[in-house]
Design a binder for this molecule. Structure first.
Ligand code: ZN
Length: 337
């Protein structure tokens, strides 16, 4: 009996510790560090969503007159097609993606300590409602409010009936090409760069842009595709790129902070994890903008800076036709509508 106890007790102790560690891991998995919260963030109440959107006074339009996601493509194309303002010698553009960021988060901006959106708006920038899904609410969806179709529409200027990306992890044919490929290929810019945390863009076997990345390598197109796996590494890659003397003329960088927190614990301002993720994302993007403004050649560069999202969220998911999933945003240092 004593011998059996000598063997069993250590085994039970190990199992108990392993069980506790597993519970701790799953409890905290997806929880965003609360250090990004500011006073009052745990007291937000998710009011009637339509009323909340109507109260966002910084927007140039209403959700009923929201612009399609493809507007991002149009704005980038128009920027590079327009003439250089006086004193400028070089066009540059960046699209900063906040994956799965509900526009409702804009309620939090007035209490932000560090915010890219505030930086742009306080400096004469603009904000507008946008819609995901190919058609504005309440019209039937023309594509899922998912990550791959959404960003693909912003990068190609067309919907999934033309780019054929209807869901995540579905490779897109080379055509229609994204701005990342077409801008350097057409000689509009010298170079471009695509930074992402999500591996589903070009790291996993069925990733969206594997054919296009291969095409760029084969044809010596100056477009780089980089995955950071975690937002902390992605942002470091973006800062490093922007500090280079000859940084990419067009950069597309997508962070996952809000999408991760939304899937783990809920896409709503009532969820402190989601609020904290938004605050960190917006502060990260603020550092991206500060890095751009600190460039030695910044005074002679004509930058277009866009911030947008691929979809909102509902509960712990997205992909569907709900109001909360479809109404998104674009923020820019230049005019939008
Ligand atoms: Zn997404």
């Amino acid at each position: 009996m004593k011998k059996a106890a000598k063997i069993l007790i250590p085994i039970l102790c190990v199992l108990l510790i392993a069980g506790a560690a597993t519970c701790y891991f799953f409890y905290h998995r997806g929880q965003h560090p609360s250090k990004w919260l500011v006073e009052g963030d745990d007291a937000w109440k998710a009011n009637d969503y339509e009323q909340t959107l109507s109260s966002l006074s910084m927007m140039d339009n209403t959700w009923q007159t929201a612009v399609p996601q493809t507007k991002v493509y149009e704005l980038v194309k128009a920027h590079f097609a327009s003439g250089l303002p006086e004193g400028k010698t070089q066009k540059k553009a960046i699209v900063i993606g906040y994956d799965g960021c509900r526009v409702e988060n804009f309620r939090l901006l007035e209490n932000s300590k560090k915010s890219a959106i505030n930086l742009l708006l306080q400096d004469g920038g603009h904000a507008a409602f946008c819609y995901a899904g190919g058609a504005n609410y309440p019209h039937p969806l023309r594509q899922n409010t998912d990550t791959a179709p959404g960003w693909c529409s912003m990068l190609t200027g067309v919907l999934s009936d033309k780019h054929h990306v209807t869901r995540n992890l579905e490779p897109k044919a080379v055509e229609p090409k994204t701005l990342v490929t077409s801008l350097p290929e057409d000689g509009v810019v010298e170079s471009s760069a695509f930074f992402t945390t999500w591996t589903g863009f070009f790291f996993e076997p069925d990733s969206t842009y594997i054919p296009e990345a291969k095409y760029c390598r084969k044809n010596h197109i100056n477009a780089k595709y980089r995955v950071g796996f975690v937002d902390d590494l992605t942002r470091r890659m973006v800062y490093a790129e922007l500090k280079r003397k000859k940084c990419a003329d067009f950069t597309f960088a997508v962070f996952d902070y809000t999408d991760h927190a939304g899937h783990a614990t809920g896409f709503t301002v009532e969820n402190p994890d989601y609020v904290s993720a938004f605050r960190e994302e917006d502060a990260t993007a603020a550092k991206v903008i500060e890095t751009i403004r600190a460039r030695k050649t910044y005074s002679t560069e004509d930058w277009l800076i866009l911030i947008s999202t691929d979809h909102g969220g509902n509960g712990c998911g997205h992909g569907g036709p709900s109001f909360e999933e479809r109404i998104t945003f674009i923020v820019s240092n230049k005019e939008i509508v």
